[in-house]
Design a protein around this ligand. Structure first.
Ligand SMILES: Nc1ncnc2c1ncn2[C@@H]1O[C@H](COP(=O)(O)OP(=O)(O)OP(=O)(O)O)[C@@H](O)[C@H]1O
Ligand SMILES: [Mg+2]
Length: 308
């Protein structure tokens, strides 16, 4: 797909509107940090619970600004070969054998040839530094907390200067730095030195009002009453002491599931049968089956009535 780049927004309101174009409903504090990160050319570091829209920020920026999305999914053991570049050894070996077979082995020339761009496999971080006619890409470094500290230290260098040194070839520096979004689920603390390079924002669970707007926008088939009950039920669940509270992703899934079942309001039986869409641990589910579901539904209805 050919995309044309749009310039970065010039105000917080424009940033909110930009995100809204892709149905991402951000609160003003997130829009402010994003606006500043885009204007100042600094990476943005997003932390928060699971399913609150961290990864989506990068996708939405790429979509609305018309930039390529380059994604680096982090995992334990991620190394430079998978994140930055690696030499294509097999191709290099073939080139060397062919040169030998032809009997034309000029050592220096051969070395120069096999360590040229042709034999370089570019991984996400290197790709993100390359010039792009559609404007600097969006680089998503997702779930950084899953990598180890050695990789984090390496990343620090890349993010500081937007450059990578390949010993056999030289330094690759981005003419236009990418828009960098780093996310973490906070399974471990990320080092201060890396955070210092970035603008930081914690994405919390949305307010009931904003979550309702998100459901209405993303699952338009759900009726008014059901969407209200769904959102208030999830918000009440988050106040309970759960092993794993549901994120916005789960609210959206649950609203879609209930709409699929033609529900118009919550009832204990349907809630009990569909809890697996919302909660992913048996201990949590067991607490809210049957009478647990009924109690919470009653509480939600009372709240909604009081707010009318
Ligand atoms: N503010 C929002 N506006 C619209 N949609 C949202 C918002 N927040 C979250 N969502 C939706 O919730 C879902 C989950 O978002 P996302 O995958 O970005 O979460 P995450 O924080 O990266 O979660 P994880 O930590 O599990 O990776 C997506 O479908 C996203 O569209
Ligand atoms: Mg994510």
């Amino acid at each position: 797909m050919k995309t044309t780049a749009r310039p970065v927004p010039s105000s917080i309101d424009e940033t909110l509107a930009l995100l809204g174009e892709a149905n991402y409903l951000a609160d003003r504090s997130l829009a402010t940090v994003l606006f500043l990160a885009l204007r100042m050319g600094r990476p943005i570091f997003l932390e928060g619970e699971a399913g609150v829209g961290k990864t989506e920020v990068a996708k939405v920026l790429s979509q609305t600004l018309g930039r390529r999305l380059i994604r680096l999914q982090c995992y334990e053991g991620l190394d430079v070969a998978a994140a930055v570049y690696e030499w294509n050894y097999a191709e290099q070996m073939i080139a060397i054998r062919l040169a030998e077979a032809e009997g034309n082995v000029d050592r220096n020339r051969l070395e120069h040839d096999v360590f040229s761009e042709r034999y370089l496999i570019k991984r996400p971080l290197l790709q993100a530094l390359e010039p792009d006619t559609a404007g600097a890409p969006v680089l998503l470094i997702d779930e950084l907390d899953r990598t180890d500290e050695a990789f984090e230290a390496f990343l620090l260098e890349v993010l500081a200067d937007f450059q990578v040194t390949i010993p056999e070839m030289g330094t690759v520096k981005a003419a236009h730095p990418p828009i960098v979004v780093v996310t973490s689920n906070r399974t471990r603390e990320i080092h201060d030195a890396l955070k210092r390079r970035c603008l930081y924002h914690w994405i919390g669970y949305p307010s009931a009002e904003r979550e309702l707007s998100i459901v209405r926008t993303k699952v338009p088939g759900v009726g008014k009453r059901l969407s209200q009950e769904v959102v208030h039920f999830v918000q009440a669940l988050r106040k309970q002491d759960l092993f794993k509270a549901p994120g916005v992703a789960e609210t959206l899934d649950w609203a879609s599931a209930l709409a699929e079942l033609d529900a118009v309001a919550l009832d204990p039986a349907t809630v009990s049968d569909t809890l697996g869409v919302l909660l992913k641990y048996q201990d949590d589910i067991a607490r809210f089956e049957g009478s647990g579901a009924k109690e919470l539904i009653d509480q939600v209805r009372a709240e909604l009535r009081a707010a009318e």
